[in-house]
Design a protein around this ligand. Structure first.
Ligand SMILES: Cc1ncc(COP(=O)(O)O)c(C=O)c1O
Length: 474
C-alpha cells in the first residue's frame, strides 16, 4: 500500500476524509447538491450578488471587451483599465488612499504579510486567524507569536516581551481577521490599534467576512470602528460578499507602492481575470446604490439565530451572519450535515484541521437572498435532525462570539508563547526575492471594442426543474 493510500485510509478512520460535493446552479438560496434540491446555508455569497443579473452581465460584458484572462502578472502587462477602476472604487469605498488587487484573499494575505515582515522581524497573530494568514506568517520567516483569541492583554504582554520597533531593530506586525471565519466573532480592533501605536507595530486586518455586513454601507469592521486611518493594511476578498473572485489590499499610496515592489504573490502570479474584476465592480456599485442589502443580511442573520434558539441551540440574538453549531465530534458533525441534506438543507460540516479537534461544527451562513421562512424552516430541520441523531441541541458548545471570552487564567503567568516551526526546506531563494521593476502604470485607453455584441444573459432566476433535468440527463 502506498503512503498516500495509507494516509487516505487513516483520514477515513478518523472521520476526517473530505470529498468535493457537486453543486449545480448559481450560489442562490436553492441549489442542487448531487442532483438533489436543497436550501443553501453555507455559501459566503452573503449579499446574494454572485448570482445577481447585473453582476453576471458585467462579467459577460467584460469577457467580450477585455477577454477572459489578464494574460500576465500585474507588473508585466496584466494591469488593465478595469483593474485600475476597481482599485479606485474600492479605495473610495474603504476610505483609503489607494488599493491593490490580488488574485485571491489567500494570495493577498501571504503577499502582504511577507512584505511587512521577514527574517528577524516579529508577527503577532490571533490564534484563530484564517489559514491564509497562518501560511503567510510561516512563509515570511519572521518569528510568529500567536496570542490568545481576541485577548488584548495577552497581545500586550507579547508585544512587551518581543523587542521594540522603535529601537530600529525588528519590524513588528499585528495581524488579525476582523470577523473570524469559523466563529463569526469580531476582533477588538480599537484596542489592537492602540497597542500598535504604543508599541510601534504595524497592523494588518483581514475583512473577508466583515465587508458587506459590518460598518456603514457594509464597509467593514475597520470603518465601523472609525479606524480607517489607523490600520496600515486592510485586506479583503472579492469572493464573498462582493460575489466574484480576487482580493484587495487597501492602504496608503506609499504602502501600495511598497507592496507593488515586494509582495511576491502579486509579482509572481497572473492578474485577476477581467470578468471577475468587472463582476466585483458591478457588485460594489450595487452595494453602494442599495445598501439595504446589508440590513437585509443582518436581519436575516437575526431571524436564523432566533429560530435556532427556539430549537434549543445555544446561539445569541446577534446580527452576525456566521452561525456555528459546534457539535464537537467529527463524525457527529458529518452525520448531522448528512441528515440535514436528506431533509433539504445544506450546511457543510467543518472539521480539523480547519477547526480545533473536538470542535467540529456546521458553519451556517445567512444570505440576504434567503427569505425569513426559508431560514425558519432550516432551523427546524437542524433541530429535528439533531434530535433524530440523539443530539440535544442545548448540549452543543456555544461558539466564542456567543458570549464574552473566558477570562480564567489571565492573572496566571502566561505559558511560553507558541511560535510556528520554520521549515528549513523553504530557506531562501535569493534571486527570487529581487523585486521587478515597475512597468509604466499609466492608464491607457487602448482596449479593443467588443468584437461581438454581448449575448443575452442567463439572468433568469435559477430554475431547479431545468437543472434537475440536466443533472438527470448527465
Ligand atoms: C478570513 C479569510 N481570509 C482570507 C480568505 C481567503 O480568501 P480567498 O477565498 O479570496 O482566497 C478566506 C476565505 O476563504 C477567509 O475566510
Amino acid at each position: 500500500m502506498s503512503d498516500i493510500e495509507e494516509r487516505l485510509q487513516e483520514l477515513e478512520r478518523l472521520g476526517l476524509a473530505r470529498r468535493l460535493r457537486l453543486v449545480s446552479g448559481p450560489q442562490g438560496p436553492t441549489v442542487l447538491i448531487d442532483g438533489k434540491p436543497v436550501l443553501l446555508l453555507c455559501s459566503n455569497n452573503y449579499l446574494g450578488l454572485a448570482d445577481h443579473p447585473r453582476v453576471r452581465e458585467a462579467a459577460a460584458d467584460a469577457a467580450m471587451r477585455w477577454g477572459v484572462g489578464a494574460g500576465a502578472s500585474r507588473l508585466v502587462s496584466g494591469t488593465m483599465t478595469i483593474h485600475r477602476r476597481l482599485e479606485e472604487r474600492l479605495a473610495a469605498f474603504k476610505g483609503s488612499q489607494a488599493c491593490l488587487l490580488f488574485g485571491s484573499g489567500y494570495l493577498a494575505n501571504i503577499g502582504v504579510i511577507g512584505a511587512l515582515a521577514g527574517r528577524g522581524d516579529a508577527i503577532f497573530s490571533d490564534e484563530l486567524n484564517h489559514a491564509s494568514i497562518v501560511d503567510g506568517c510561516r512563509l515570511s520567516r519572521a518569528e510568529v507569536i500567536v496570542y490568545r483569541h481576541r485577548d488584548v492583554e495577552h497581545l500586550e504582554w507579547s508585544l512587551r516581551r518581543h523587542g521594540s520597533g522603535r529601537d530600529g531593530a525588528a519590524r513588528r506586525l499585528i495581524v488579525t481577521d476582523s470577523v473570524f471565519s469559523m466563529d463569526g466573532d469580531v476582533a477588538p480592533l480599537a484596542e489592537i490599534a492602540e497597542l500598535a501605536d504604543v508599541h510601534d507595530a504595524r497592523v494588518m486586518v483581514d475583512e473577508a467576512h466583515a465587508t458587506g455586513n459590518l460598518g456603514p454601507g457594509g464597509r467593514g469592521a475597520v470603518a465601523e470602528a472609525g479606524l480607517s486611518d489607523e490600520i496600515d493594511v486592510v485586506v479583503g476578498t472579492l469572493g464573498k460578499a462582493l460575489g466574484s473572485y480576487g482580493a484587495y489590499a487597501c492602504a496608503s499610496a506609499e504602502m501600495v507602492r511598497y507592496l507593488i515592489n515586494t509582495a511576491r504573490s502579486l509579482i509572481y502570479s497572473t492578474a485577476p481575470s477581467p470578468p471577475a474584476v468587472a463582476g466585483a465592480l458591478a457588485a460594489l456599485e450595487l452595494l453602494r446604490e442599495r445598501p439595504h442589502r446589508v440590513q437585509r443580511l443582518r436581519s436575516n442573520a437575526r431571524v436564523l439565530r432566533r429560530a435556532l434558539a427556539r430549537e434549543g441551540f445555544p446561539v445569541a440574538d446577534l446580527e452576525m451572519q456566521i452561525v456555528p453549531l459546534i457539535v464537537g465530534d467529527e463524525r457527529d458533525a458529518m452525520r448531522l450535515c448528512q441528515e440535514a441534506i436528506e431533509r433539504g438543507v445544506f450546511a457543510q460540516a467543518i472539521r480539523p484541521p480547519t477547526v480545533a479537534a473536538g470542535s467540529s461544527r456546521l458553519r451556517l451562513t445567512a444570505m440576504a437572498s434567503h427569505t425569513a421562512s426559508e431560514l425558519q424552516m432550516a432551523a427546524s430541520v437542524f433541530g429535528d435532525a439533531a434530535r433524530k441523531l440523539g443530539i440535544d441541541p442545548a448540549s452543543l458548545t456555544p461558539a466564542l462570539g456567543e458570549h464574552e471570552p473566558v477570562l480564567d487564567g489571565r492573572e496566571m503567568a502566561y505559558t511560553e508563547l507558541t511560535a510556528y516551526a520554520h521549515d528549513p526546506s523553504s530557506e531562501d531563494d535569493a534571486s527570487a526575492a529581487t523585486p521587478f521593476d515597475v512597468e509604466s502604470d499609466s492608464e491607457s485607453d487602448g482596449e479593443s471594442p467588443p468584437t461581438a455584441p454581448v449575448p443575452a444573459m442567463a439572468s433568469a432566476p435559477f430554475d431547479v426543474e431545468r437543472e434537475l433535468d440536466s443533472a438527470r440527463a448527465a
